[in-house]
Design a protein around this ligand. Structure first.
Ligand SMILES: Cc1cc2nc3c(=O)[nH]c(=O)nc-3n(C[C@H](O)[C@H](O)[C@H](O)COP(=O)(O)O)c2cc1C
Length: 181
């Protein structure tokens, strides 16, 4: 039997105890139901240095990050929108990836917003994915007005958004299988 698909979640918020960390968890649960494994980079536990800062190239967390990225078939990028684009944490994480880890692999994109929905952050991440020679799936999740998105149990209140999340996970997994190296 084929090995399960392995997916890496990269969170654009510093801690996983954030809306973006929670979104990755929700997608992880759906992907697990489909038989995929999901590993999540924890930037608070293993902070990545800024690309270019002194000593960064030999930093042990960079090796851990690249090892995790090398081990997966695909990625989830989930970023808060900051001033109309992805966060610095997300861009710095992306900048630590190179073709070795990303070329020909599938990416699923999520953005959360404090305000009204738009797809600017998603489009910016999509551009970065293209530059990494990855394939971003057309399904994407925009989580606007994030403070009123979840109920006390952490579930998404809007059923239509829940359905989009399920379809997002299905596409991520099925396309990862199609493009598996
Ligand atoms: C520096 C900064 C800039 C922000 N810019 C925007 C923005 O341009 N549009 C928007 O809707 N929300 C904006 N927000 C709100 C964040 O998108 C929101 O707090 C975030 O999506 C919540 O996710 P988190 O819990 O993972 O941090 C901004 C927040 C910060 C801290």
């Amino acid at each position: 039997m084929a090995e399960p698909i392995r997916i890496m979640g990269i969170c654009g918020s510093y801690g996983l105890d954030s809306a973006n960390g929670h979104m990755i968890d929700l997608v992880k649960s759906e992907c697990n139901k489909l038989g995929a494994e999901v590993v999540i980079w924890d930037n608070k536990r293993n902070p990545l240095p800024f690309v270019g800062e002194d000593g960064c190239w030999d930093h042990p967390n960079v090796k851990l990050f690249k090892d995790m990225a090398n081990s997966v078939d695909s990625f989830i990028l989930s970023s808060p929108e900051y001033h109309g684009t992805m966060s610095g944490v997300m861009k710095n994480s992306i900048d630590w990836l190179s073709f070795d880890q990303t070329s020909g692999k599938i990416f699923g994109l999520i953005s959360t917003l404090g305000g009204q929905p738009n797809s600017t952050t998603l489009n910016h991440m999509r551009t970065s994915v293209r530059w990494m020679h990855g394939w971003a799936i057309p399904e994407q999740l925009v989580m606007a007005n994030i403070k009123s998105t979840f109920n006390e149990e952490g579930e998404i209140i809007d059923n239509a958004l829940n359905e989009r999340l399920v379809k997002f996970a299905e596409s991520l997994c099925s396309n990862s299988i199609k493009l598996r190296r």
